[in-house]
Ligand binder design. Structure first.
Ligand code: TYM
Length: 329
C-alpha cells in the first residue's frame, strides 16, 4: 500500500485539466491506498484573496472534490490550513532550500514575468510549502499533472538533503504519478497552452451543459488541412487531446482519419466533443448543485479530514523535531 498525497489550490473552480491531470487518479487510488487529498489554501494566499473569497473558494473546491468522486470515508480530505504543522515543516525544510534554485523554478519565473508587482517571498518558497505538504504525510506517490513535475523534483531533493544532513532515511522520495502513463497536460480551448483556472480557456466541472456547448463551439481551430496526411496543427491537436480523455477511442480515430483525408468538418468535431464533455460533466455538475446546499455535511467532512490529517502531520513533525535535535528542558 502506498501513501498518496496531493492537493489543489483554492483559487477558483476546478477544470478538466485538474480532473484528468489529478482527480481521476485520486478517485482510483483511494480504493487501494492510504490517501490524503487537500485544498491548498495557504498556497492560494500568494494572490491575496479577500477573507470572504478565501473561504468561499475553499468551500467550492471541497464541494467539487466530493462531486468528482472523492470518498471521504476512504481518503482523508482536508483543508491545508486546518493542519498548521505544515507551516512548521516548511520552515524546517526551508533551511535546506537554496534561494538560487528557488529563483530558477519555472513556475516562479513565469509568475515574475506575469505579475512583476507581486513577487512575494511566498511565491519564492512555494515549492518548499508544497514539499512539506507531501513529506508531512510521508507520501510515496503524488498524483499530479505535468506542470507539477519540477515541484516534485524539488520535493525529492529536499527529502534527500534532509536525510543526508541528519544521516537518516526518514523521508522516502515521493514520485509523481499517473496511472500507467506519462503525466498529462490538458490543453485549453484557445489554441495554445494548458488549460488553466484564470486563462479564460477552461471547461469547468461547474459549467452547465449550455456553457460547455457554447465554449466548445467557440474553440480555436485553423483553416483546415489542405493536403492529405499533413501534420495536425496545435489548436486542432488540442481538441483531439481533450477528445482523447473524454470520448470513446473510436470517436477520436474517426476525426483523426477525417483530418488525414482533408474531409474533416470542424463544426462536426466540436459538436461531438461538446456532447461527450457534457455527458462526462453533467453528473458532476448536478452533484455540485446538491452538495453546495449542504453546509452541515461539508462541515462534518472538513472536521473529520482535519482530525485525521492533523494526527498524521503531528506525528511527522514530532519525529522530525527529534531527528533535528530539539530537546525539551
Ligand atoms: P493546481 O491547483 O494548479 O492544480 C491541481 C492539479 O491539477 C493539475 N493540473 C493539470 N493537469 C493537466 N493539465 C492541466 N491543464 C492541468 N492544470 C492543472 C496539476 O498538475 C495539479 O496536479 N501547487 C499545486 C497544488 C499543491 C500540491 C501540493 C499538489 C500544493 N501542494 C502537494 C501536489 C502535492 C497547484 O497549484 O496545483
Amino acid at each position: 500500500m502506498e501513501r498518496v498525497v496531493s492537493g489543489i489550490r483554492s483559487t477558483g473552480n476546478l477544470h478538466l485539466g485538474n480532473y484528468f491531470g489529478a482527480i481521476r487518479n485520486f478517485v482510483r487510488m483511494q480504493n487501494d491506498h492510504e490517501c490524503f487529498f487537500f485544498i491548498a489554501d495557504y498556497h492560494s494566499l500568494t494572490t491575496h484573496p479577500t477573507p470572504n473569497d478565501l473561504h468561499s473558494n475553499v468551500r467550492q473546491v471541497l464541494v467539487e472534490y466530493l462531486a468528482a468522486g472523492i470518498d471521504p470515508e476512504k481518503a482523508t480530505l482536508f483543508v491545508q490550513s486546518d493542519v498548521p504543522e505544515v507551516a512548521e515543516l516548511t520552515l524546517l525544510l526551508s533551511m535546506n532550500a537554496y534561494v538560487g534554485e528557488l529563483e530558477r523554478t519555472s513556475s516562479f519565473k513565469e509568475k515574475v514575468r506575469k505579475n512583476p508587482n507581486n513577487v512575494n517571498a511566498g511565491l519564492l518558497t512555494y515549492p518548499v510549502l508544497m514539499a512539506a505538504d507531501i513529506l508531512i504525510h510521508r507520501a510515496t506517490k503524488v498524483p499530479v499533472g505535468k506542470d507539477q513535475e519540477q515541484h516534485l523534483e524539488m520535493c525529492r531533493k529536499y527529502a534527500r538533503r534532509f536525510n543526508g544532513l541528519y544521516k537518516t532515511e526518514y523521508f522516502k522520495e515521493p514520485e509523481p504519478f499517473n496511472f500507467g502513463q506519462d503525466l498529462l497536460k490538458i490543453p485549453g480551448l484557445d489554441g495554445t497552452g494548458k488549460m488553466g483556472k484564470s486563462e479564460g480557456n477552461g471547461l469547468f466541472l461547474a459549467d452547465s451543459p449550455k456553457q460547455i456547448r457554447k465554449k466548445v463551439m467557440k474553440a480555436v481551430t485553423d483553416s483546415g488541412p489542405t493536403e492529405p496526411n499533413s501534420p495536425v496543427t496545435e489548436p486542432v491537436q488540442n481538441l483531439f487531446t481533450i477528445m482523447d480523455v473524454v470520448s470513446e477511442p473510436g470517436t477520436l480515430q474517426f476525426f483523426q482519419q477525417e483530418y488525414a483525408n482533408c474531409t474533416i468538418r470542424y463544426g462536426d468535431l466540436k459538436k461531438q466533443l461538446a456532447e461527450d464533455i457534457v455527458q462526462f460533466v453533467e453528473p458532476i455538475y448536478n452533484r455540485i448543485q446538491e452538495l453546495s446546499a449542504d453546509s452541515d455535511y461539508l462541515q462534518k467532512i472538513a472536521r473529520m479530514g482535519a482530525e485525521k490529517a492533523h494526527e498524521s502531520a503531528a506525528k511527522t513533525v514530532k519525529e522530525v523535531r527529534e531527528i533535528i535535535g530539539f530537546k525539551k528542558f
